[in-house]
Design a protein around this ligand. Sequence first.
Ligand code: ACO
Length: 326
Amino acid sequence: MTKVMRSVVTGVGGYLPDEVVTNNDLAQIVDTSDEWIVERTGIRQRHRAGADQPVSDLAVEAAKRALAAAGRSPDDVDLIIVGTTTPDLTFPAVATIVQRKLGCPVGVAFDVQAVCSGFVYALSTADGFVARGRSKCALVIGAETMTRLMDWTDRGTCVLFGDGAGAVVLEPGEGDGSTADRGLLGFALRADGAKQDLLYVDGGVSSNGQIGHLRMQGNQVFRHAVVNISEAVIAAAGDAGIEVADVDWFIPHQANQRILDGVARRLGIDEAKVISTVAEHANTSAASIPLALAKGVEDGRIEPGDVLLMEAMGGGLTWGACVVRL
Ligand code: ACO
């Protein structure tokens, strides 16, 4: 049997900052209510990073937990990829700041900017290093401080987002090329830049020199989300050589419970197989998938050998899905 190298997830970790902001807290600053937010989104609360907590600090905490779960130390790490759209600084990359703060040796470190799809993009990118023998121990992190991008007078967006980070350790593992292998089995990535106006930040280094605020045509994004995500899920399952029905756990990007339910309905997925953290975490962009994965692993639902399907859509528009056997 031909031997193939796979990128195997050997550790998972998540980190949420201490401060919890409830829907009622937000109703003090914009014209909204707990009832409206819960009914339209499923969100009940979100976490917010402290003013002195840059996104790299959240990423470092998640990375430490993932390394501990993998039985690895920062000395082992030779590749760091961070999916983020809210970096500490314009440069250097959050990944190199994480490398410095963890005390990792000289290696490869860079960020991936695909907004809410950042983790799916980063994991698929890391596969190009790990499965080709170019990395023996990779950290793939999704980390965001989305609350820093909010216009706190816009009730249509500021109620939706939160802060946090999640990380996985990837290591090479030999398989026989079958769907029984542990590791990343397949993925599908998509982008459609023509839909930029639906979801973007109205600031940037080379436009107006501002950080800017998140702008979104929420109902338009919603319309595209269910259709696009469903197509990518089917494509990723096809790339992995499995059926959607073979998946043990769906770990979606946590934007809105109605999007999660809509995708599950369209694909005939049992709701009991969907990990949902949107009520407690809200939308943490690139962090939401690894945070949900960490929750499912910690509470014992997700077990070694399970087939996981992760999917996301975000600004760009970008979207995608990947299949991993844990
Ligand atoms: N509280 C009370 N009322 C609100 C609020 C709020 N927080 N936000 C909007 N409204 C009002 C609007 O002003 C509007 O009022 P009007 O009819 O008087 O003009 C009314 O609610 C309906 O507005 P819609 O935008 O049509 O409401 P919708 O049912 O589409 O829900 C929402 C809005 C929750 C943003 C939804 O469209 C959504 O979740 N879209 C997906 C967006 C998303 O998740 N983006 C994240 C990034 S992309 C991704 O991760 C998939």
